[in-house]
Design a protein around this ligand. Structure first.
Ligand code: CUA
Length: 178
């Protein structure tokens, strides 16, 4: 639904730009004129347009950035409560050191790759992305996430990494807290 709205808004803006271009092309000639007043008006218009864009998109941008699937790195609440999972990406599969974690307890994923760059993305049972980090060769990235709901979660690769990129998925279980 939202994607449709975004698509139509983009399409309308593209059409506005297109009409603008056509207008300029049709109006352009070899006439010699003083363009200074026109230029001044254009600059004024541009400044107004800039502030209009800031007003239109600034608030939604701040609002949507809050929903980005990057978890804030919190200090460990006692090492014993943290569940560590090592995740390694290979062309084209994931290897997880554990396929079961507990809900309500922080999980620390140590994510790396054995070959090329992969994207380590975790999806909840409704296939909504909940956390993601880059899987890079030679580097181990840490991803913190505390799962709220038990269920089967899916890991998918978010970085195109070759022919079978789309097959690069695995699952793990988030169990209710014991
Ligand atoms: Cu790994 Cu795409």
């Amino acid at each position: 639904m939202l994607q449709h709205i975004v698509w139509y808004v983009s399409l309308s803006l593209m059409m506005v730009v297109g009409f603008g271009w056509t207008f300029v092309v049709l109006k352009s000639g070899t006439r010699e004129e003083d363009y200074t007043p026109l230029q001044k008006r254009a600059y004024r218009l541009r400044a107004r347009f800039f502030w209009l864009l800031v007003a239109l998109f600034g608030t939604p941008m701040v609002y949507t950035l809050v929903d980005l699937p990057y978890d804030i790195i919190r200090p460990a609440q006692g090492a014993g409560t943290i569940q560590a999972v090592n995740a390694t990406g290979y062309m084209w599969r994931w290897e997880l050191s554990h396929d079961r974690v507990e809900a309500g307890r922080p999980v620390e994923f140590h994510v790396t790759s054995a070959d090329v760059n992969h994207g380590f993305a975790i999806y909840d049972p409704d296939m909504k992305i909940v956390a993601q980090v880059q899987a890079m060769p030679g580097i181990t990235n840490t991803l913190h996430h505390t799962f709220g709901q038990p269920g089967t979660y899916r890991v998918m690769c978010l970085e195109y990494c070759g022919l079978a990129h789309h097959n690069m998925t695995t699952e793990f279980t988030v169990a209710a807290r014991s």
